[in-house]
Design a protein around this ligand. Structure first.
Ligand code: MD5
Ligand code: FE
Length: 211
């Protein structure tokens, strides 16, 4: 389902087994070397979303290889099987196997939302590559707010993202404002996928950074 040029929603793209596998993997990554945690903002606040990163460490507002604002540890590599999964999403979203051939994501950001977590309207522009972002959702449903490239305000489109949904943000919408204003607690197949509560979102990205 194309929401806007370059923005494609693939409801139920992951089967239950794939979701379970991803939850298990996220649980492992969440243990460290850089544990899953709430990112500190330069304003002094902390994000309500908890996150763990693969390939590159993200903090507001740049990437590094090590958690230089935390314990200094290097983040794990992004596994090939996860990059492969991203290429399969891309090929399906654009219904073109060639769309995925050169897609080499080098960072995965894993976000965990408890029932109170939200993500305010923002743009993802730390990446220097215009290549698409692939997003995978597991657990509780949420409202995903897909905005415009000019302002963090209206017009926007609210879309519900459910467990197993994939989303591709490419082309003109790659740098659009977006956020997650609301979760629906208890709405997902959490027990079936091994997630006690809340929502997991994984995004695959190409930083365009060297090495
Ligand atoms: C989430 N995560 O559901 C979202 C999914 C983040 C974040 O926003 O920064 O970790 S990624 C949504 C996204 C990425 C790039 C472009 C657009 C959306 N977009 O144009 O709407 O936790
Ligand atoms: Fe984002």
């Amino acid at each position: 389902v194309e929401i806007a040029p370059g923005a494609v929603h693939l409801p139920g793209w992951l089967d239950v087994e794939q979701q379970r596998h991803l939850v298990r993997a996220c649980r492992e990554w969440a243990r460290g070397p850089v544990p899953m945690r709430r990112t500190r903002l330069p304003t002094g606040g902390v994000m309500s979303v908890q996150s763990v990163h693969l390939g590159w460490y993200w903090r507001p507002y740049h990437y590094s290889r090590t958690a230089d604002d935390h314990n200094g540890a290097r983040v794990p590599e992004l596994p090939d099987w996860l990059a492969d999964l991203g290429r399969r999403v891309l090929a399906d979203a654009y219904q073109d196997p060639d769309a995925a051939v050169g897609y080499r994501p080098d960072v995965a950001l894993v976000n965990y939302y408890d029932h109170a977590a939200k993500l305010g309207m923002h743009q993802d522009k730390e990446e220097r590559s215009p290549d698409p972002v692939v997003s995978l959702s597991i657990g509780d449903r949420c409202v995903f707010r897909f905005g415009n490239t000019e302002t963090r305000n209206r017009p926007w489109t609210d879309v519900e993202l459910a467990s197993g949904d994939a989303f591709v943000f490419g082309g003109p919408c790659r740098f659009a404002y977006h956020g997650v204003p609301k979760l629906y607690p208890g709405s997902g197949p959490n027990a079936d996928v091994g997630l006690a509560e809340g929502r997991l979102n994984l995004t695959l990205r190409v930083t365009g950074l060297p090495g």
